[in-house]
Design a protein around this ligand. Structure first.
Ligand code: ADP
Ligand code: ADP
Ligand code: ZN
Length: 219
């Protein structure tokens, strides 16, 4: 099967992580979540993690050089040669340009950028209701995606769940501002390359998955 390289873009809470995991399962393309990578670096107390911690807690973007080198190292690894889904990167025009350059240097390119479009007013509830299985990372929501049996993960049977420190109503506003001021500018960049595909993220999770899958299947 040919390698597929995708980007998922959209505001915090639009469903990037949820959809990336579904594409990963269905098409066997690995998800690269920069938020997950950074949270791991913070938990492990690496130099990058130490730098990123307070910035993430405040809902701001970590410096471009830090995240660009983190992603550059990751996509050069053997398990990424069969393709990848970038979830949460790029988030600035400088990041998008750096990614283009590093792929081009190896004769590669992004196949599609899927924008998951959700209005701001829906995002606060999505984010403040989000929780995750501590054991397997499966995502849930207090209202929109509850485990079938309360307190038990559908996927792995685990009973410990976590909530992100930055998933509070106050930080969400800073994150939304960062999205509109910094990240939205990457959309016309990919529109010009004619690889942008827009999906209506207000639909239910399964309908969004169908729309996303249709884009991937057509590549
Ligand atoms: P992102 O990775 O873009 O920040 P997530 O995939 O983590 O977003 O989704 C945020 C929250 O909203 C999660 O709790 C998830 O279960 C829920 N969610 C995701 N997609 C939808 C949807 N289409 N409708 C309702 N809730 C959703
Ligand atoms: P969201 O649910 O907001 O999409 P993520 O898990 O993708 O959250 O990111 C969490 C935080 O990690 C961001 O608010 C930001 O501080 C940092 N971060 C993640 N990816 C990037 C990036 N590409 N550039 C800068 N900061 C990033
Ligand atoms: Zn689990």
């Amino acid at each position: 099967m040919k390698a597929i390289r995708l980007i998922l873009v959209g505001p915090p809470g639009c469903g990037k992580g949820t959809q990336a995991k579904r594409i990963e399962d269905k098409f066997k393309i690995i998800q690269l979540s920069t938020g997950d990578m950074l949270r791991k670096a913070v938990a492990e107390g690496t130099p990058a993690g130490v730098k990123a911690k307070a910035i993430m807690e405040a809902g701001q973007l970590v410096p471009d050089d830090l995240i660009i080198s983190m992603v550059g190292d990751r996509i050069a690894q053997p398990d990424c040669q069969a393709g990848f889904i970038l979830d949460g990167f790029p988030r600035t025009l400088a990041q998008a340009q750096a990614l283009d350059r590093s792929l081009k240097a190896r004769g590669l390119r992004i196949d599609a950028v899927i924008e998951i479009r959700v209005p701001d007013e829906d995002l606060v509830e999505r984010i403040t209701g989000r929780f995750t299985c501590a054991q397997c990372g499966q995502g849930y929501h207090d209202r929109f995606q509850k485990p079938a049996r309360e307190g038990i993960c559908d996927k792995c049977g685990g009973s410990q769940f976590t909530r992100r420190a930055d998933d509070n109503a106050e930080t969400v506003r800073t994150r939304l501002k960062a999205y509109h001021e910094m990240t939205e500018s990457i959309i016309p960049h990919y529109e010009r390359q004619d690889i942008l595909r827009v999906v209506d993220g207000r639909q239910g999770i399964d309908q969004v998955s169908e729309a996303v899958s249709a884009v991937v299947a057509a590549l």
